[in-house]
Design a binder for this molecule. Sequence first.
Ligand code: AMP
Length: 427
Amino acid sequence: MSFKSLGLSEDLVKAVSAQGYDTPTPIQSKSIPPVLEGKDVLASAQTGTGKTAGFTLPLLQLLSQTPPLRNRPIRALILTPTRELAAQVHQNVKDYSRFVDLRSTVIFGGVNQKSQVSTLRNGVDVLIATPGRLIDLNNQGLLSLSKVEILVLDEADRMLDMGFLRDIKKIMGLIPKKRQTLLFSATFSKDIRRLSSEFLKDPVSVESTPENTTVEAIEQQVYRVAKEKKTDLLIKLISEGNWEQVLVFSRTKHGANKLAKKLESAKIGAAAIHGNKSQGARTKALAGFKNGSVKVLVATDIASRGLDIPLLPYVVNFELPNVSEDYVHRIGRTGRAGASGLAVSLVSADETVFLRDIEKLIGDKIPMDILEGFEPDPNASTKPFNPQQRGRKPQSNSRSGNSRSSSQKSSGARTGNSRQNSNKPRR
Ligand code: AMP
Protein backbone atom coordinates (compact mmCIF):
# COMPACT_ATOMS: atom_id res chain seq x y z
CA MET A 1 0.00 0.00 0.00
CA SER A 2 1.20 3.52 -0.78
CA PHE A 3 0.31 6.94 0.61
CA LYS A 4 -1.00 7.87 -2.83
CA SER A 5 -3.45 4.99 -2.84
CA LEU A 6 -4.92 6.30 0.42
CA GLY A 7 -6.03 9.38 -1.48
CA LEU A 8 -3.28 11.81 -0.47
CA SER A 9 -2.25 14.51 -2.90
CA GLU A 10 1.10 14.69 -4.70
CA ASP A 11 2.29 17.52 -2.45
CA LEU A 12 1.69 15.53 0.69
CA VAL A 13 3.09 12.29 -0.69
CA LYS A 14 6.22 14.23 -1.67
CA ALA A 15 6.54 15.65 1.86
CA VAL A 16 6.11 12.21 3.46
CA SER A 17 8.66 10.64 1.21
CA ALA A 18 11.09 13.49 2.01
CA GLN A 19 10.85 12.19 5.60
CA GLY A 20 11.85 8.77 4.32
CA TYR A 21 8.46 7.07 4.54
CA ASP A 22 6.94 5.20 1.61
CA THR A 23 4.61 2.75 3.29
CA PRO A 24 1.82 3.86 5.60
CA THR A 25 1.74 2.31 9.06
CA PRO A 26 -1.47 0.41 9.99
CA ILE A 27 -2.96 3.36 11.87
CA GLN A 28 -2.23 5.63 8.91
CA SER A 29 -3.89 3.24 6.45
CA LYS A 30 -6.93 3.03 8.66
CA SER A 31 -7.34 6.66 9.67
CA ILE A 32 -6.33 8.65 6.58
CA PRO A 33 -9.26 7.60 4.30
CA PRO A 34 -12.12 8.37 6.73
CA VAL A 35 -10.54 11.69 7.73
CA LEU A 36 -10.26 12.63 4.06
CA GLU A 37 -13.96 11.81 3.71
CA GLY A 38 -14.69 14.37 6.38
CA LYS A 39 -15.75 11.84 9.01
CA ASP A 40 -15.18 12.05 12.74
CA VAL A 41 -12.64 9.45 13.83
CA LEU A 42 -12.08 7.74 17.15
CA ALA A 43 -8.63 6.16 16.95
CA SER A 44 -6.88 3.90 19.40
CA ALA A 45 -3.17 4.38 18.83
CA GLN A 46 -0.13 4.58 21.00
CA THR A 47 2.85 6.83 20.47
CA GLY A 48 5.23 5.15 18.07
CA THR A 49 2.57 3.87 15.70
CA GLY A 50 2.81 6.83 13.31
CA LYS A 51 -0.45 8.29 14.61
CA THR A 52 0.66 11.90 14.21
CA ALA A 53 0.95 11.57 10.45
CA GLY A 54 -2.30 9.61 10.60
CA PHE A 55 -4.21 12.76 11.45
CA THR A 56 -1.81 15.45 10.20
CA LEU A 57 -1.63 14.36 6.56
CA PRO A 58 -5.38 14.21 5.83
CA LEU A 59 -5.93 17.36 7.90
CA LEU A 60 -3.43 19.28 5.78
CA GLN A 61 -4.98 17.91 2.62
CA LEU A 62 -8.49 18.98 3.62
CA LEU A 63 -7.31 22.49 4.49
CA SER A 64 -5.23 22.85 1.34
CA GLN A 65 -8.21 22.01 -0.87
CA THR A 66 -9.55 25.53 -0.37
CA PRO A 67 -7.49 28.73 -0.78
CA PRO A 68 -6.31 30.30 2.50
CA LEU A 69 -8.99 32.46 4.11
CA ARG A 70 -8.48 36.21 4.46
CA ASN A 71 -6.45 37.03 7.60
CA ARG A 72 -5.79 33.33 8.03
CA PRO A 73 -8.05 32.42 10.94
CA ILE A 74 -7.29 29.19 12.80
CA ARG A 75 -8.98 26.43 10.79
CA ALA A 76 -7.51 23.39 12.51
CA LEU A 77 -6.74 23.00 16.20
CA ILE A 78 -4.66 20.14 17.58
CA LEU A 79 -4.78 19.78 21.36
CA THR A 80 -2.06 17.82 23.15
CA PRO A 81 -1.49 17.10 26.83
CA THR A 82 2.15 18.19 27.10
CA ARG A 83 4.47 20.86 25.79
CA GLU A 84 6.89 18.31 24.38
CA LEU A 85 4.19 16.55 22.44
CA ALA A 86 2.85 19.87 21.18
CA ALA A 87 6.32 20.80 19.90
CA GLN A 88 6.73 17.42 18.22
CA VAL A 89 3.36 17.51 16.55
CA HIS A 90 4.19 21.00 15.30
CA GLN A 91 7.43 19.69 13.84
CA ASN A 92 5.42 16.99 12.04
CA VAL A 93 2.95 19.56 10.74
CA LYS A 94 5.84 21.71 9.45
CA ASP A 95 7.52 18.71 7.81
CA TYR A 96 4.36 17.55 6.08
CA SER A 97 3.17 21.00 4.99
CA ARG A 98 6.38 21.85 3.15
CA PHE A 99 4.71 21.85 -0.26
CA VAL A 100 1.31 23.29 0.62
CA ASP A 101 0.43 26.88 1.42
CA LEU A 102 -0.49 26.49 5.07
CA ARG A 103 0.89 28.19 8.13
CA SER A 104 1.12 26.59 11.55
CA THR A 105 2.34 27.44 15.01
CA VAL A 106 2.46 25.98 18.49
CA ILE A 107 1.55 27.48 21.84
CA PHE A 108 2.16 26.07 25.30
CA GLY A 109 2.73 27.28 28.82
CA GLY A 110 6.00 27.63 30.72
CA VAL A 111 7.45 30.14 28.27
CA ASN A 112 6.77 33.80 27.59
CA GLN A 113 3.64 34.29 25.49
CA LYS A 114 5.00 37.26 23.51
CA SER A 115 6.41 35.50 20.48
CA GLN A 116 3.48 33.08 20.41
CA VAL A 117 1.08 36.02 20.30
CA SER A 118 2.94 37.81 17.54
CA THR A 119 2.95 34.66 15.36
CA LEU A 120 -0.78 34.24 15.98
CA ARG A 121 -1.37 37.87 14.93
CA ASN A 122 0.12 37.15 11.53
CA GLY A 123 -2.47 34.43 11.02
CA VAL A 124 -2.08 30.66 11.16
CA ASP A 125 -4.17 27.93 9.59
CA VAL A 126 -3.14 25.18 11.98
CA LEU A 127 -2.65 25.70 15.71
CA ILE A 128 -1.12 23.09 18.00
CA ALA A 129 -1.73 23.88 21.66
CA THR A 130 -1.82 22.62 25.19
CA PRO A 131 -5.18 23.38 26.83
CA GLY A 132 -3.99 25.76 29.57
CA ARG A 133 -2.16 28.27 27.37
CA LEU A 134 -4.89 28.11 24.75
CA ILE A 135 -7.55 29.11 27.25
CA ASP A 136 -5.26 31.71 28.72
CA LEU A 137 -4.68 33.43 25.37
CA ASN A 138 -8.35 33.11 24.49
CA ASN A 139 -9.33 34.77 27.77
CA GLN A 140 -7.00 37.63 26.91
CA GLY A 141 -8.74 37.98 23.55
CA LEU A 142 -5.54 37.13 21.72
CA LEU A 143 -6.97 34.37 19.55
CA SER A 144 -10.26 33.22 18.14
CA LEU A 145 -11.42 29.67 17.56
CA SER A 146 -14.64 30.63 15.81
CA LYS A 147 -13.43 29.47 12.38
CA VAL A 148 -12.09 26.08 13.43
CA GLU A 149 -13.18 23.35 11.01
CA ILE A 150 -11.12 20.43 12.31
CA LEU A 151 -10.33 19.61 15.92
CA VAL A 152 -7.85 16.93 16.95
CA LEU A 153 -7.60 15.64 20.51
CA ASP A 154 -4.23 13.92 20.62
CA GLU A 155 -3.47 11.52 23.47
CA ALA A 156 -6.89 12.26 24.85
CA ASP A 157 -6.58 9.65 27.60
CA ARG A 158 -3.53 11.44 28.95
CA MET A 159 -5.32 14.77 28.80
CA LEU A 160 -8.03 13.29 30.99
CA ASP A 161 -5.43 11.74 33.34
CA MET A 162 -3.88 15.18 33.69
CA GLY A 163 -7.20 16.72 34.67
CA PHE A 164 -7.89 18.63 31.44
CA LEU A 165 -11.52 17.52 31.08
CA ARG A 166 -12.91 20.89 32.17
CA ASP A 167 -10.53 22.73 29.86
CA ILE A 168 -11.45 20.46 26.95
CA LYS A 169 -15.14 21.12 27.53
CA LYS A 170 -14.50 24.83 27.70
CA ILE A 171 -12.54 24.73 24.45
CA MET A 172 -15.34 22.75 22.79
CA GLY A 173 -17.63 25.63 23.64
CA LEU A 174 -15.35 28.05 21.75
CA ILE A 175 -15.32 26.00 18.55
CA PRO A 176 -18.18 25.83 16.05
CA LYS A 177 -20.48 22.82 16.51
CA LYS A 178 -20.21 22.12 12.81
CA ARG A 179 -16.72 20.72 12.63
CA GLN A 180 -14.80 17.50 12.11
CA THR A 181 -13.43 15.97 15.32
CA LEU A 182 -10.63 13.41 15.55
CA LEU A 183 -9.88 11.77 18.89
CA PHE A 184 -6.66 9.79 19.31
CA SER A 185 -6.10 7.85 22.49
CA ALA A 186 -3.84 4.99 23.60
CA THR A 187 -6.74 3.29 25.34
CA PHE A 188 -10.51 3.36 24.97
CA SER A 189 -11.47 3.73 28.60
CA LYS A 190 -14.99 4.48 29.77
CA ASP A 191 -14.06 8.15 30.15
CA ILE A 192 -12.77 8.29 26.59
CA ARG A 193 -15.94 6.68 25.28
CA ARG A 194 -17.99 9.20 27.24
CA LEU A 195 -15.96 12.08 25.81
CA SER A 196 -16.38 10.63 22.34
CA SER A 197 -20.13 10.23 22.63
CA GLU A 198 -20.43 13.81 23.83
CA PHE A 199 -18.26 15.46 21.19
CA LEU A 200 -17.95 13.19 18.14
CA LYS A 201 -20.65 12.59 15.54
CA ASP A 202 -21.01 9.01 14.23
CA PRO A 203 -17.28 8.44 14.50
CA VAL A 204 -15.44 5.79 12.55
CA SER A 205 -13.47 3.69 15.07
CA VAL A 206 -9.98 2.62 14.11
CA GLU A 207 -7.40 0.68 16.11
CA SER A 208 -3.71 0.18 15.50
CA THR A 209 -2.94 -2.43 18.12
CA PRO A 210 -5.56 -4.30 20.08
CA GLU A 211 -6.39 -2.46 23.26
CA ASN A 212 -4.11 -3.10 26.22
CA THR A 213 -1.69 -5.43 24.54
CA THR A 214 2.01 -4.78 24.43
CA VAL A 215 3.75 -4.30 21.15
CA GLU A 216 5.15 -7.64 20.08
CA ALA A 217 8.55 -6.36 19.03
CA ILE A 218 9.34 -5.39 22.60
CA GLU A 219 11.34 -7.82 24.69
CA GLN A 220 10.37 -7.51 28.32
CA GLN A 221 12.40 -8.46 31.37
CA VAL A 222 11.84 -8.15 35.10
CA TYR A 223 14.68 -8.17 37.60
CA ARG A 224 13.64 -8.85 41.16
CA VAL A 225 15.92 -6.73 43.31
CA ALA A 226 16.17 -5.20 46.77
CA LYS A 227 14.94 -1.60 46.70
CA GLU A 228 18.22 -0.13 47.88
CA LYS A 229 20.19 -2.02 45.22
CA LYS A 230 18.21 -0.73 42.27
CA THR A 231 20.56 2.12 41.40
CA ASP A 232 23.61 -0.13 41.43
CA LEU A 233 21.81 -2.72 39.32
CA LEU A 234 20.82 -0.07 36.80
CA ILE A 235 24.41 1.18 36.62
CA LYS A 236 25.62 -2.39 36.06
CA LEU A 237 23.06 -3.05 33.31
CA ILE A 238 23.86 0.18 31.50
CA SER A 239 27.64 -0.10 31.81
CA GLU A 240 28.09 -3.80 31.14
CA GLY A 241 25.47 -3.89 28.41
CA ASN A 242 26.90 -0.73 26.79
CA TRP A 243 23.39 0.61 26.69
CA GLU A 244 22.93 3.88 24.83
CA GLN A 245 19.75 5.96 24.85
CA VAL A 246 18.04 4.61 27.91
CA LEU A 247 14.74 6.10 28.99
CA VAL A 248 14.26 5.45 32.72
CA PHE A 249 10.91 5.96 34.39
CA SER A 250 10.81 7.24 37.91
CA ARG A 251 7.64 7.49 39.97
CA THR A 252 8.46 10.90 41.44
CA LYS A 253 10.15 14.12 40.36
CA HIS A 254 12.42 13.97 43.39
CA GLY A 255 13.32 10.36 42.60
CA ALA A 256 14.10 11.32 39.00
CA ASN A 257 16.48 14.08 40.13
CA LYS A 258 18.20 11.85 42.67
CA LEU A 259 18.68 9.01 40.20
CA ALA A 260 20.04 11.30 37.47
CA LYS A 261 22.59 12.67 39.97
CA LYS A 262 23.68 9.20 41.04
CA LEU A 263 24.13 8.11 37.43
CA GLU A 264 26.18 11.22 36.75
CA SER A 265 28.41 10.36 39.73
CA ALA A 266 28.90 6.94 38.16
CA LYS A 267 30.06 8.74 34.99
CA ILE A 268 26.93 7.92 33.05
CA GLY A 269 25.61 11.02 31.29
CA ALA A 270 22.09 11.54 32.62
CA ALA A 271 19.38 14.18 32.86
CA ALA A 272 16.02 14.32 34.56
CA ILE A 273 12.88 15.54 32.83
CA HIS A 274 9.72 16.30 34.76
CA GLY A 275 7.06 18.91 35.37
CA ASN A 276 9.15 21.04 37.75
CA LYS A 277 11.88 21.58 35.17
CA SER A 278 11.75 24.72 33.13
CA GLN A 279 10.85 24.41 29.47
CA GLY A 280 14.44 25.33 28.59
CA ALA A 281 15.86 22.57 30.79
CA ARG A 282 13.45 20.02 29.34
CA THR A 283 14.27 20.98 25.76
CA LYS A 284 17.99 20.87 26.52
CA ALA A 285 17.74 17.43 28.17
CA LEU A 286 15.74 16.05 25.27
CA ALA A 287 18.15 17.50 22.70
CA GLY A 288 21.10 15.99 24.60
CA PHE A 289 19.35 12.64 24.70
CA LYS A 290 18.69 12.74 20.98
CA ASN A 291 22.25 13.72 20.06
CA GLY A 292 23.80 11.16 22.40
CA SER A 293 25.48 13.47 24.93
CA VAL A 294 22.90 12.38 27.50
CA LYS A 295 22.85 8.59 27.67
CA VAL A 296 20.07 8.25 30.21
CA LEU A 297 16.95 10.33 30.43
CA VAL A 298 15.15 9.87 33.74
CA ALA A 299 11.53 10.87 33.34
CA THR A 300 8.24 10.85 35.16
CA ASP A 301 5.23 9.49 33.29
CA ILE A 302 3.70 12.82 32.45
CA ALA A 303 6.94 14.37 31.20
CA SER A 304 7.73 11.38 29.04
CA ARG A 305 4.38 11.30 27.35
CA GLY A 306 4.68 11.71 23.62
CA LEU A 307 8.45 12.16 23.50
CA ASP A 308 9.38 11.41 19.93
CA ILE A 309 12.66 9.56 20.00
CA PRO A 310 12.72 7.18 17.05
CA LEU A 311 14.16 3.72 17.58
CA LEU A 312 14.58 4.01 21.32
CA PRO A 313 16.39 0.83 22.25
CA TYR A 314 15.94 0.67 26.05
CA VAL A 315 13.22 1.55 28.48
CA VAL A 316 13.69 0.91 32.19
CA ASN A 317 11.00 1.01 34.83
CA PHE A 318 13.03 2.01 37.87
CA GLU A 319 9.76 1.67 39.71
CA LEU A 320 6.70 0.00 38.28
CA PRO A 321 3.76 2.29 37.64
CA ASN A 322 0.85 1.76 40.02
CA VAL A 323 -1.62 2.14 37.15
CA SER A 324 -1.08 -0.88 34.92
CA GLU A 325 -2.02 0.92 31.71
CA ASP A 326 0.97 3.22 32.22
CA TYR A 327 3.25 0.21 31.84
CA VAL A 328 1.92 -0.26 28.32
CA HIS A 329 2.43 3.44 27.55
CA ARG A 330 5.94 3.40 28.97
CA ILE A 331 7.23 0.38 27.13
CA GLY A 332 5.54 1.64 23.97
CA ARG A 333 8.48 4.07 23.82
CA THR A 334 10.64 1.27 22.53
CA GLY A 335 10.22 -1.16 19.64
CA ARG A 336 9.05 1.73 17.50
CA ALA A 337 8.23 1.53 13.80
CA GLY A 338 9.18 -2.12 13.58
CA ALA A 339 12.52 -1.87 15.42
CA SER A 340 13.10 -4.15 18.39
CA GLY A 341 13.54 -2.86 21.91
CA LEU A 342 14.12 -4.00 25.45
CA ALA A 343 11.91 -2.97 28.35
CA VAL A 344 13.43 -3.77 31.74
CA SER A 345 11.61 -3.44 35.05
CA LEU A 346 13.41 -3.36 38.39
CA VAL A 347 10.92 -4.77 40.86
CA SER A 348 11.25 -4.72 44.63
CA ALA A 349 9.04 -6.63 47.06
CA ASP A 350 6.60 -3.77 47.60
CA GLU A 351 5.86 -3.66 43.86
CA THR A 352 4.76 -7.27 43.65
CA VAL A 353 1.08 -6.44 43.36
CA PHE A 354 1.75 -3.89 40.63
CA LEU A 355 3.61 -6.52 38.66
CA ARG A 356 0.67 -8.92 39.08
CA ASP A 357 -1.75 -6.27 37.86
CA ILE A 358 0.43 -5.53 34.83
CA GLU A 359 0.76 -9.19 33.90
CA LYS A 360 -2.98 -9.56 34.18
CA LEU A 361 -3.52 -6.56 31.92
CA ILE A 362 -1.10 -7.68 29.21
CA GLY A 363 -2.27 -11.28 29.57
CA ASP A 364 1.24 -12.63 29.84
CA LYS A 365 3.97 -13.42 32.35
CA ILE A 366 7.04 -11.23 31.97
CA PRO A 367 10.31 -13.21 32.11
CA MET A 368 11.92 -12.74 35.51
CA ASP A 369 15.48 -12.96 36.70
CA ILE A 370 17.65 -12.28 39.73
CA LEU A 371 21.24 -11.20 39.25
CA GLU A 372 23.97 -12.29 41.64
CA GLY A 373 24.76 -9.59 44.16
CA PHE A 374 21.41 -7.89 43.53
CA GLU A 375 19.09 -10.37 45.19
CA PRO A 376 15.75 -9.20 46.58
CA ASP A 377 15.52 -8.77 50.32
CA PRO A 378 13.80 -11.91 51.62
CA ASN A 379 12.52 -10.00 54.67
CA ALA A 380 11.07 -7.02 52.80
CA SER A 381 7.34 -6.48 52.99
CA THR A 382 5.24 -7.04 49.88
CA LYS A 383 2.82 -4.35 51.00
CA PRO A 384 2.51 -1.77 48.20
CA PHE A 385 4.31 1.51 48.94
CA ASN A 386 1.02 3.33 48.59
CA PRO A 387 -1.90 0.92 48.35
CA GLN A 388 -4.43 3.74 47.88
CA GLN A 389 -2.77 4.73 44.65
CA ARG A 390 -2.94 1.29 43.18
CA GLY A 391 -4.57 1.67 39.82
CA ARG A 392 -7.79 0.14 38.60
CA LYS A 393 -9.23 -3.30 38.92
CA PRO A 394 -9.75 -4.26 42.57
CA GLN A 395 -8.06 -7.57 43.30
CA SER A 396 -8.70 -10.13 46.02
CA ASN A 397 -6.57 -9.78 49.16
CA SER A 398 -5.05 -13.18 48.76
CA ARG A 399 -3.19 -11.96 45.69
CA SER A 400 -1.36 -9.24 47.49
CA GLY A 401 -0.94 -11.29 50.65
CA ASN A 402 1.70 -13.80 49.88
CA SER A 403 2.51 -13.23 46.29
CA ARG A 404 6.22 -12.73 46.64
CA SER A 405 6.96 -16.36 47.30
CA SER A 406 5.37 -17.39 44.04
CA SER A 407 7.15 -14.74 42.03
CA GLN A 408 10.42 -15.78 43.56
CA LYS A 409 9.66 -19.28 42.50
CA SER A 410 9.21 -18.02 39.02
CA SER A 411 12.43 -16.01 39.29
CA GLY A 412 14.20 -19.16 40.30
CA ALA A 413 12.77 -21.02 37.37
CA ARG A 414 14.08 -18.36 35.05
CA THR A 415 17.53 -18.30 36.56
CA GLY A 416 19.66 -20.55 34.51
CA ASN A 417 17.73 -20.23 31.29
CA SER A 418 18.74 -18.07 28.38
CA ARG A 419 16.91 -15.06 29.79
CA GLN A 420 19.55 -14.80 32.44
CA ASN A 421 21.83 -13.36 29.85
CA SER A 422 19.58 -10.62 28.69
CA ASN A 423 21.78 -7.99 30.28
CA LYS A 424 24.45 -8.82 27.76
CA PRO A 425 25.47 -6.06 25.41
CA ARG A 426 22.87 -5.32 22.77
CA ARG A 427 23.49 -3.30 19.62
P1 AMP B 1 4.16 8.87 16.19
O1 AMP B 1 3.40 7.63 16.63
O2 AMP B 1 3.34 9.79 15.40
O3 AMP B 1 4.84 9.51 17.39
O4 AMP B 1 5.33 8.39 15.20
C1 AMP B 1 6.35 7.55 15.62
C2 AMP B 1 7.56 7.58 14.71
O5 AMP B 1 7.26 6.92 13.48
C3 AMP B 1 7.98 8.99 14.35
O6 AMP B 1 9.38 9.07 14.46
C4 AMP B 1 7.54 9.15 12.91
O7 AMP B 1 8.33 10.06 12.22
C5 AMP B 1 7.67 7.74 12.38
N1 AMP B 1 6.77 7.45 11.25
C6 AMP B 1 5.64 8.08 10.89
N2 AMP B 1 5.10 7.54 9.79
C7 AMP B 1 5.89 6.52 9.43
C8 AMP B 1 5.85 5.55 8.37
N3 AMP B 1 4.88 5.53 7.48
N4 AMP B 1 6.83 4.64 8.32
C9 AMP B 1 7.82 4.63 9.23
N5 AMP B 1 7.91 5.51 10.26
C10 AMP B 1 6.96 6.45 10.37
